[in-house]
Design a protein around this ligand. Structure first.
Ligand SMILES: *Cc1c(COP(=O)(O)O)cnc(C)c1O
Length: 399
């Protein structure tokens, strides 16, 4: 057993809950004292299939023995296959592999700008990208430049120009912001970090129609919402919308290695030519082996249906908490944002109390708690976890 005593040598860019994880299996994380905790975060959806999923671990172990990295300077046997299977799964024509979500978002931004100059005819260096308030697209200097979260944004300027921020969920605002220089509208179909914010049903279809009308790309960042979480393969599938580019990450790496990708049409991704974009590790054999196994898990729709079914169980259990310490609940698939009455406690306090009771969840933006358990969770485990949340709320309300 290794006990980690904080030595102050890790930069304090996170404020983790006071447990020290040592091993994990399925939905359970065991700490260094041997206590088990139910993982209700799934590493922000990177762990959609649970810790140590046998098919994913086997795929990784098998590939570890064969070959892990050749760089894109040489082709390898799994990249075309991964591209074929992934694009089939999400109904796209082409893909470009990257590693982290932020890198894939950066890739989509570069592709959209290049498309704007070469295909749409936007004057050089004038391309604009419309983004939404409350967005979270990663942590690079370009991306945090258009974040309106002071914690993510402030202190990292100067910021890259070319981004226009409009309110989320308001298609009229996008219509007003569109210009002849708009390369793309970049949105999360459901905003994850903002607290599982679900836009009005007609929002994404209207954005799609506006983008088509104005010859502008619709780019959906599905790094957190994609790959089963919402009860569909992609969150945009729920409203029958096909974006020009979809950004994938997190669950694509099965919680084993970072794997991200941008998928889309040949017309758009085809603008990239050799030497114009790349990544040393992007599309490496180990990543492709794990990514292929992830696509296999999603291919028959089992996990999507499970997320949908357990999501209604989650919604059913959360609904009665409204008015009893909870102001608002938003649920889509196996993904919930729970706004706790700020007068009662901060989200952080709730999460600390939950951790003491063996439930690991993460607060976001003050008083919101995000619930996103692995999709392999059993109904009884889900019921138990929400019961623990109810108990914590009752404790706080009755002092
Ligand atoms: C997590 C996330 C990212 C960034 O992914 P990283 O792998 O942490 O770089 C981008 N977009 C969305 C919607 C995310 O949730």
């Amino acid at each position: 057993m290794t006990t980690a005593i904080p030595t102050g040598r890790v930069a304090r860019n996170y404020n983790p809950l006071p447990i020290i994880a040592e091993h994990a299996n399925g939905v359970w994380i065991t700490d260094t004292d041997g206590r088990r905790h139910l993982d209700m975060l799934s590493a922000y959806s990177a762990m959609n299939f649970g810790h140590g999923h046998p098919a994913l671990v086997a795929a990784a172990q098998d590939q570890l023995q064969r070959m892990t990295l050749v760089s894109r300077a040489f082709d390898h046997n799994l990249l075309e296959l991964f591209a074929e299977r992934l694009t089939e799964l999400v109904g796209a024509e082409m893909m470009i592999p990257m590693n982290t979500g932020a890198e894939a978002v950066e890739t989509a931004i570069k592709v959209a700008r290049k498309w704007a100059y070469e295909v749409k005819g936007v004057p050089r260096d004038r391309a604009e990208i419309i983004v939404a308030a409350g967005n979270f697209h990663g942590r690079t200097t370009t991306i945090v430049g258009f974040s309106d979260d002071p914690g993510a944004h402030d202190g990292f300027g100067p910021y890259a120009p070319g981004f226009i921020l409009v309110p989320y969920g308001d298609a009229d605002a996008i219509e007003r912001a569109l210009s002849d220089n708009t390369a793309a509208v970049l949105l999360e179909p459901i905003q994850g970090e903002a607290g599982v914010i679900i836009p009005p049903d007609d929002y994404l279809p209207r954005v799609r129609a506006l983008c088509t009308e104005r010859n502008t790309l619709f780019v959906a960042d599905e790094v957190q919402s994609g790959l089963g979480r919402t009860g569909a393969t992609l969150a945009v599938d729920r409203v029958g919308v096909t974006p020009d580019l979809v950004v994938l990450g997190k669950a694509l790496g099965g919680g084993i290695v970072p794997v991200s990708a941008v998928v889309g049409s040949r017309e758009v991704l085809g603008v990239l030519r050799p030497g114009q974009h790349g990544s040393t590790f992007g599309g490496n054999p180990l990543a492709c082996a794990v990514g292929l196994a992830v696509v296999d898990l999603l291919a028959d729709g089992h996990f999507q249906r499970r997320a949908e079914r357990l999501g209604s169980v989650l919604a059913e259990h959360l609904a009665p908490l409204r008015g009893h310490g909870v102001d608002q609940v938003r649920v889509v698939g196996l993904w919930a944002g729970v706004d706790v009455d700020p007068a009662l406690a901060t989200g952080r306090e709730i999460c600390e109390r939950l951790a003491e009771r063996g439930v690991l969840a993460k607060d976001t933006h003050g008083s919101t708690i995000r619930l996103s358990p692995p999709l392999v969770i059993e109904e009884s485990e889900l019921t138990w976890a929400v019961g623990e949340l109810a108990t914590v709320l009752t404790e706080l309300r009755t002092g």
